[in-house]
Design a protein around this ligand. Structure first.
Ligand code: AMP
Length: 401
């Protein structure tokens, strides 16, 4: 079975074609700057075989329909093609950011599903772009099963005491204001991988998972099910991120609006796009932050310390929520690669049963690995995430069922 995984954003479209026989990525690509003056498509075919070979083309890509047409041309084209025709694609799996309370599992797309996804647009503006991708795919692949996998799915098991905000109850009943959480596909994937590595059934495994990438979130996982997470109604909540503030006193909103004479939308943009690492030191990529730290940049040092401090505080909070944990799991760009952040986040947690091995932490190895000492009561693991593979497997399971 060949499954095409699509992640449709407002101005970009990422895709992967996966051969489910051996989980092999046949092709992966990204189409960028859709709707802008000049766009581009970058595709790697058989990336395992030729990791450095890629095709890059620049052209005007007016909308998502054009983008997907371009993707199809590339996938079946002579030079970089990996399939003969569209019928070689057996199913399409779509990443959808916001499933609201309507979806706690992947679903086969039909007209009702499209309408329910549309109903959830007010909860997440990016959602409209996800829906655009689905609608174009339904046109392009009318006879192929299309499946949606939601970022919020994994977090739907949170109890009300965790997902409700202490605000007037009608804000929940009328407007659906609550904590939804995001990155669920990643938290779910690393939960399963970590349990397998520890040799325990997922349903008996307690974890604290930390997805630290451009966006950052953590989850408390009790017996394989999410019981709390850091992101909220939107991905702005929780940890400090590349450009997002994470949790701040909500009174900052009126305060900044009043003193800077900004609209609500402008303050929202400030907290989403000009805050986090960027707000503190002017750099939003953790690699650049480290380079600046090495040059003695004090603001970069502060940004790094603030970032790690917030992860550490949440590890402590989630240990309290869970009562015990088999492991703390680090994943995504920073979580998988950044030993300095991991060391700072775990520093001083020996009293809570978390003992990092400095040697294991700094040794780079592919795949899942333990970076805690053998006698650490709580293991610390690095688990590479793979959201596309999780979506492909969920799609396959649903189509086969
Ligand atoms: P992601 O959103 O998972 O792709 O993660 C992207 C972020 O991971 C980048 O913005 C970097 O800050 C960070 N990152 C990627 N590679 C490294 C690395 N080798 N060391 C530190 N941070 C990294």
């Amino acid at each position: 079975m060949h499954i095409l995984v699509i992640n449709s954003g407002s101005s970009s479209l990422k895709y992967q074609l996966i051969d489910m026989a051996d989980d092999r990525v046949m092709a992966l690509g990204v189409i960028e700057r859709i709707g802008e003056e000049m766009g581009s498509i970058t595709q790697k075919s058989n990336p395992d075989k030729w990791p450095d070979a890629k095709s890059v083309e620049h052209r005007v890509i007016p909308n998502h329909k054009a983008a997907m047409g371009l993707m199809v041309d590339k996938l079946i084209g002579e030079d970089w093609g990996v399939i003969d025709s569209l019928t070689d694609i057996d199913a399409v799996g779509h990443r959808v950011v916001q499933g609201g309370e309507s979806f706690s599992a992947p679903v086969l797309v039909d007209a009702d599903v499209v309408e329910t996804i549309r109903d959830n647009i007010p909860l997440a503006p990016l959602h409209a772009a996800n829906l655009a991708g689905i609608e174009v795919a339904l046109e392009l692949f009318p006879n192929t099963p299309n499946v949606t996998v939601f970022d919020t799915e994994f977090h739907q098991t949170m109890p009300p005491k965790a997902y409700l905000y202490p605000v007037p109850m009608d804000l929940y009943t009328d407007l659906k204001i609550r904590k939804y959480g995001f990155h669920g596909t990643s938290h779910k994937y690393v939960t399963r991988e970590a349990a397998a590595f520890l040799g325990k059934p997922v349903g008996e495994t307690d974890l604290i998972t930390a997805h630290l990438g451009n966006g950052c979130s953590m989850a408390a996982v009790k017996r394989g099910r999410c019981v709390d997470t850091t992101m909220g109604l939107t991905p702005l909540a929780g940890l400090m991120m590349g450009t997002r503030s994470g949790d701040v006193d909500p009174a900052l909103f009126p305060f900044i609006a009043q003193h800077r004479k900004m609209s609500v939308v402008e303050v929202d943009t400030l907290l989403n796009k000009q805050s986090g690492l960027l707000g503190i030191c002017g750099l939003n990529d953790m690699r650049d932050v480290h380079a600046a730290r090495k040059r003695g940049d004090e603001q970069a040092q502060l940004a790094f310390e603030m970032f790690a401090y917030r992860v550490k505080a949440r590890i402590g909070a989630y240990l309290a929520v869970l009562g015990r944990a088999d492991a703390v799991v680090f994943t995504a760009g920073i979580g998988e690669n950044d030993d300095a952040v991991r060391a700072a986040a775990c520093e001083g947690l020996e009293g809570l049963g978390i003992k990092l091995s400095p040697e294991r932490n700094t040794t780079r190895e592919p795949g899942v690995r333990r970076i805690s000492t053998d006698d650490s009561p709580v293991a610390v693991l690095v688990v590479p995430t793979n959201e596309e593979m999780e979506i492909a497997h969920a799609t396959q399971a649903l189509v086969e069922a």
